[in-house]
Design a protein around this ligand. Structure first.
Ligand code: COA
Length: 374
């Protein structure tokens, strides 16, 4: 078995940002228009959204978006990302490749020395050819590539697979890429979810090192873990079967098949499961939450993370130095969130410090990676 490190990291955060106030203004404009129509039809009016609710309930203040055009237009409320020619680089392969290129530069590894790309995201643009293979071509990496998906745990699940592929010697260097263009799948007309998500892409280069080697400033992966338990509380029914489900196939409704979630159920159930996962996984390695210098948790909800940590620390509140937060400015970037938190918050760690990367979400799924700073 080989020792495994994360030798490079890269993130791609789109420039455009939308504040809660801007999002709510457009949502409420749409609700106003819609309610006039509903009143004429004798229907119950829709409720307005509120920026203060969003910040209080989730901790989110703004989100970066890949393509702002169309999102705030009350007549559209979806990004406008024109279809590309099949021979042009796909939008998510382009997004992921940007992060991948940065990870390779960070590791100072030429693309030809990578022998596997895993595109691990909650949102995959198509069924085939795999986005990972397009990224492989775009970056010029060797070997093979494949896509995998496990909701918001996808990136950590990708790391789990990469770790074992490298540890076993099956591959020498694996690039795990997570392009989360999630605003394209978000229902901006759904008050329960319209504020939740933002876009980001991340990349981790995972490789083997020799026994006795140390790479100061890099993380050794001590172990990884994955846990799942079926739940319908976060669900997307978007699929090639949508058309086949219609008697009349001339138009296929998108909106009813976009992301939906029962946020409060997810909050309660995943908080308990996340806490148990963290305590048990660390205990298996002779660690406790207290022995972790840092937690890079999934970035869905600030209150949820605070509660998971408080439960894990026996009732003690844990600050952002120990568990950094990026969701306030980025929103929930699905599987990319915990990796962005890791990327932005590790340079101050000392040799021998440990940290836990832990993501949770749809499935339910939870993924963890115990990291040691070298
Ligand atoms: N603006 C104003 N009020 C809103 C609102 C909005 N946009 N959305 C919901 N509300 C209202 C509800 O109607 C409800 O009102 P009521 O009490 O009069 O019925 C109240 O706020 C509470 O709604 P609830 O859905 O219970 O909110 P919450 O406190 O659970 O917060 C989330 C909602 C989504 C922020 C929160 O549940 C969450 O983040 N859950 C975890 C999600 C997660 O981790 N997902 C996994 C990763 S993808």
């Amino acid at each position: 078995m080989h020792r495994v490190i994360i030798s490079g990291m890269g993130i791609e955060i789109p420039e455009s940002s939308i504040s809660n106030e801007e999002l709510v203004e457009s949502f409420n404009l749409w609700v106003g228009q819609e309610n006039q129509q509903r009143e004429r039809e004798g229907l119950e009016p829709l409720s307005f959204s509120s920026a203060s609710f969003i910040e209080h309930a989730s901790g989110i203040r703004s989100r970066h978006v890949h393509t702002p055009k169309g999102i705030l237009d009350p007549d559209r409320m979806a990004p406008y990302i024109p279809a590309r020619d099949d021979d042009d680089l796909s939008v998510t392969a382009e997004f992921g490749a940007k992060a991948g290129r940065k990870a390779l530069l960070d590791a100072r590894v030429p693309p030809g020395e990578v022998d596997m790309v895993i595109c691990a995201g909650s949102h995959l643009q198509r069924l085939y050819p795999a986005i990972a293979i397009e990224i492989q071509k775009e970056l010029g990496t060797g070997g093979a590539a494949f896509d995998m998906s496990l909701g918001c745990s996808s990136a950590v699940a990708g790391l789990h697979v990469a770790y074992h592929l490298v540890r076993s010697g099956a591959h020498r260097r694996v690039l795990v890429i997570t392009p989360e263009l999630i605003t394209a799948h978000l229902n901006f007309r759904d008050r329960q979810t319209h504020f939740i998500f933002g876009d980001a892409a991340t990349a981790l280069l995972v490789e083997a090192i020799e026994e006795g080697d140390e790479r100061p400033g890099r993380f050794e992966v001590v172990d990884t873990r994955s846990w799942t338990q079926f739940s319908n509380n976060i669900r997307s029914n978007f699929s090639y079967l949508n058309r086949a489900a219609q008697e009349d196939t001339s138009s296929v409704p998108a909106e009813g098949n976009l992301i939906k979630q029962q946020g409060n159920k997810v909050f309660k159930e995943v908080t308990v499961a996340g806490h148990r996962f963290i305590v048990d996984f660390l205990a298996e390695h002779g660690h406790t939450p207290e022995s972790m210098r840092r937690f890079w948790l999934h970035q869905a909800n600030a209150r949820m993370n605070a509660m998971i940590l408080k439960l894990s620390f026996g009732g003690v509140d844990v600050g952002h130095d120990r568990a950094p937060m990026v969701l306030d400015r980025l929103g929930n970037t699905a599987a990319a969130g915990a990796i962005v938190a890791l990327y932005e918050n590790h340079k101050d760690m000392k040799a021998g410090d440990h940290g836990l990367l832990c993501a949770f979400g749809a499935g339910y799924s939870i993924g963890g990676a115990l990291l040691r700073m070298m």
